[in-house]
Design a protein around this ligand. Structure first.
Ligand code: AMP
Ligand code: MG
Length: 499
């Protein structure tokens, strides 16, 4: 199909409100995708397709021609491709104009879940590409696809991924790789950096237009507040606090928490050198390019707060009073602390609240860090802890090198659990709903990527299936392997910004 040729609408009644486009020319550059030559399917998410209201056979329907549309070769009626402009702070430093250098907004589709924006990532150069080629490689596209759908499976707010299309088109990174395109889906892809852009250039009319847009479509309750822009800032702060607590609780490390990678909706966005914790190390740095460890796992909540200050600075011309702006950020502190403690309590199976709970958690984390216990496996096994002391406790105790220290902690935990209602079996069920058995460990992604680079996409498909239900036992032999300790070679995997 030729570029710009129009395929059938994905649903008979699909309409494309394309509200972002209505903001006007200051916010984007309209341009078509650079088509991926001779594309093929790499992976698709049936769950994301259902969210969009696509038919079950959407990938093979001739009338939809989805493969060509989602590799940039065609359009569904209503799609209006554009690249948006934003700026941002990268690694704590003002970086100036960035923008969608390789992401292309295809439009906003009316779906059963409400309006959702569709974006291609890797669909060619835009006016914001700077020195980049506008492409994404197969390796990073599979990581973004699996990462997004895994986070959704975990219940963490995230942009979604509908599919990856691939091509033999060579792309130069450290080595020559091949190009791919990820189709991303979210209610909005607006970032903190969009606000920073207009504030930096003193374009206050556009800044207000953007804030009013976000309030109208995503935070309508803020309109009623005495200062709607301060109210918006507070809501974004609270969502970000929740997100940071979620990341801590599932052992997620984003890797590049620049302000241009922060969603105004509090979604996990821009999956690059992200990772999930294996052996627990609070200082874990998942991004090989982050030599200072600015975005280490334990620092993420503080970085979230720092980024919110950058957003506050950008909104200041609208809020009008710096004290009011700072006051709007205040709820982040207790919002985050409360959200995090609630998640730790749930991870320990505690339904009631006691003063010493925070210490109980902190002491466990200290032991886990000292003994480099596997984060996911330790919490999952803790769900089998027997209050009376039993054979099952050995599988937990054996994870620790300092058994005496663990025994001391386990005694306190058993005493604490004795003051909880319910049985051990009920607690196991509860804990299994918050302590995942399966997370997207780097080595799992790596195996899928290597197979895909050889033309076999079945490992990616299989991994997706497992990660969509991360809290279920799925204890058939083939699946159990995905829940095991990482192999020795996993430590040598280096993931960087080069994607
Ligand atoms: P990131 O670190 O991936 O969040 O990207 C930072 C900025 O660089 C964003 O404006 C991206 O759109 C842009 N960018 C990253 N990779 C490329 C690429 N291969 N081609 C063009 N722009 C890129
Ligand atoms: Mg980015």
């Amino acid at each position: 199909m030729m570029m710009d040729e129009t395929a059938a609408a994905p649903r008979a009644a699909a309409t494309w409100p394309n509200r972002f486009r209505g903001l006007g020319d200051a916010f984007f550059t309209a341009l078509p995708a650079e088509p991926l030559p001779d594309p093929h399917w790499v992976a698709t998410s049936a769950s994301c397709a259902a969210l969009l209201g696509l038919p079950p056979d959407w990938t093979s329907r001739a009338d939809l021609d989805a493969l060509h549309v989602l590799s940039g070769q065609g359009r569904w009626p209503g799609m209006t491709p554009l690249a948006t402009v934003y700026s941002g702070h990268q690694f704590g430093v003002w970086a100036g104009q960035l923008g969608d250098g390789r992401a292309l907004w295809l439009g906003e589709m009316d779906t059963p879940a409400g309006p959702l924006e569709i974006q291609l990532k890797g669909a060619g150069r835009t006016p914001y590409s700077r020195m980049g080629d506008g492409r994404a490689v197969l390796r990073s596209s599979i990581r973004e696809f699996l990462g997004s759908e895994a986070m959704h499976g975990l219940g963490v707010p995230t942009t979604r991924a509908l599919c990856v299309t691939g091509s033999a088109l060579p792309v130069r990174r450290e080595t020559i790789e091949t190009a791919a395109v990820v189709t991303r889906v979210a209610p909005s892809f607006i970032r903190f950096g969009h606000f920073e852009h207009f504030a930096h250039h003193d374009l206050h009319a556009e800044l207000r237009q953007l804030a009013d847009f976000v309030i109208a479509h995503h935070f309508p309750a803020c309109r009623e507040a005495a200062n709607p822009y301060a109210a918006l800032l507070e809501q974004v702060a609270l969502r970000t606090a929740d997100l940071m607590a979620d990341w801590q609780a599932v052992g997620f490390c984003h890797g590049v928490m620049n302000t241009d990678n922060m969603s105004i909706l509090g979604l996990t966005i821009d999956y690059g050198p992200f990772g999930f914790l294996d052996a627990f190390d609070p200082g874990h740095i998942c991004n090989h390019s982050d030599s200072q460890g600015r975005y280490a796992w334990a620092r993420q909540p503080n970085v979230g707060f720092w980024n919110l200050h950058a957003l506050a600075q950008a909104l200041l011309p609208l809020i009008g009073d710096s004290d009011l702006a700072l006051a709007a950020l205040e709820p982040y502190k207790t919002g985050f602390a409360d959200a995090l403690l609630a998640r730790w309590r749930a991870k320990l199976g505690l339904q009631t609240r006691e003063d010493g709970d925070r210490e109980l958690v902190d002491d466990l984390l200290r032991l886990m860090a000292a003994d480099r216990c596997d984060f996911t496996i330790t919490f999952r096994r803790l769900g089998r802890f027997a209050t009376a002391g039993g054979a099952d406790d050995a599988v937990i105790r054996d994870l620790f090198i300092d058994r005496a220290a663990f025994d001391g902690w386990a005694t306190r935990y058993a005493q604490r659990l004795a003051r909880e209602p319910g049985t051990d079996a009920e607690r196991t069920v509860r804990m299994d709903r918050v302590n995942p058995k399966f997370v997207l460990r780097n080595h799992l992604a790596e195996v899928a990527i290597q197979a895909a680079q050889g033309g076999d996409f079945s490992a990616t498909e299989r991994l997706l299936q497992v990660l969509q239900r991360p809290y279920d036992e799925q204890d058939d032999a083939a699946t159990t392997a995905y829940a095991g300790f990482p192999p020795e070679w996993a430590q040598s995997i280096e993931v960087s910004c080069s994607s």
